[in-house]
Design a protein around this ligand. Structure first.
Ligand SMILES: NC(=O)c1ccc[n+]([C@@H]2O[C@H](COP(=O)([O-])OP(=O)(O)OC[C@H]3O[C@@H](n4cnc5c(N)ncnc54)[C@H](OP(=O)(O)O)[C@@H]3O)[C@@H](O)[C@H]2O)c1
Length: 292
């Protein structure tokens, strides 16, 4: 099958490679053309514009940063008219309300839209172990299931458009809250002179433990936030999106407001492109003083 993929960033690149690996033809577009070079080498075809991708493919996967980027790339005057009889599969992390607006805008052009946000990062793309959550009709889900199975073993239909986007934000809220909670306790035991390994041994035996703590521990201890799979700026984006939607749903979000401020401090301190465990740096007095 010919699949278009727009957005060849940290996730788009391995996703395109995965599709090639499983026998699909991929036609890719990226704003920064240099990022397409490794894909060309892997056998993908590249397009000069998003409109060209739509002309050449029945279905197009979007793996762009956020809703404003999607708006610019897909709904511009030059591109919009090419959406007729095309299916857009949005796999980035955006808000449910943004996803529903996108569905309407694409339907107005005679196109079809579904969402399929994912949990998991670059290693899970490479091993085909992403958790793919689909917001679509039953018929759309069945039609595109074989495509989703390239990325994950058990893609799940969550409900109509917006429901999978909401579930994805709920999960990413846990990434920011759990990581911030862990970073705070880690910083505290370090400041209090408790051995980190003793803290971890007790934590690992308790019901409080989450595997993500050990995944981020070494980076935090070493202050090494280089070569991210998931950068701080995107976790901040997702935290802000969650806050907007949760406030509209009249939930209390005081705790997450604090998490957002910590993520903003980390980004302001030059750690926006770093691994999101860099939020730990925003909590340390030595670094935190300068960036509060
Ligand atoms: N990384 C992860 O582990 C992960 C996991 C699950 C979901 N996600 C979500 O998936 C999406 C992509 O993530 P990522 O990590 O691959 O992000 P990324 O590396 O920052 O890539 C973002 C992509 O969007 C493009 N883009 C941004 N603004 C644009 C604009 N105004 N016009 C045209 N293109 C634009 C970028 O193009 P350029 O190359 O030209 O900048 C790039 O291709 C995000 O919504 C993210 O939250 C990420």
């Amino acid at each position: 099958m010919d699949i278009g993929l727009i957005g060849i960033g940290l996730m788009g690149l391995p996703m395109a490679k995965r599709l090639l690996h499983t026998g699909n033809r991929v036609i890719a577009y990226n704003r920064t053309t240099a990022k397409l070079d490794p894909l060309k080498a892997a056998g993908a075809e590249v397009a000069d514009t998003p409109a060209e991708v739509l002309q050449r493919c029945e279905a197009v996967i979007l793996m762009l940063s956020d809703a404003p980027a999607i708006q610019q790339v897909l709904l511009s005057d030059e591109t919009r008219s090419h959406l007729t009889n095309r299916t857009v599969i949005q796999m980035g992390t955006i808000a449910p309300s943004q996803s529903r607006e996108l569905q309407q805008a694409i339907a107005a052009q005679g196109g079809d839209y579904l969402e399929a946000p994912v949990l998991g990062s670059i290693p899970e793309v490479e091993s085909g172990k992403l958790l793919v959550m689909v917001g679509a009709s039953e018929a759309q889900f069945q039609k595109w299931l074989p495509l989703f199975q390239n990325f994950g073993e058990q893609p799940r239909l969550i409900g109509e458009v917006g429901s999978a986007a909401a579930l994805k934000l709920a999960l990413n809220q846990l990434i920011s809250s759990l990581t911030t909670g862990f970073a705070l306790s880690l910083g505290f035991v370090q400041q209090q002179g408790v051995e980190v390994e003793t803290f971890m041994q007790i934590l690992r035996q308790s019901a409080l433990y989450a595997p993500t703590f050990d995944k981020k521990l070494q980076r935090m201890i070493e202050g090494n936030f280089a070569n991210p799979n998931f950068p701080t700026k995107h976790l901040l984006k997702d935290t802000r999106l969650f806050l907007e939607e949760a406030i509209a749903s009249q939930l209390r979000v005081d705790s997450l407001e604090g998490v957002r401020q910590i993520l903003e401090s980390a980004c302001d301190a030059g750690l926006a492109e770093s691994d999101y465990s860099a939020l730990f740096a925003a909590m340390l007095p030595s670094i935190g003083k300068g960036i509060s």
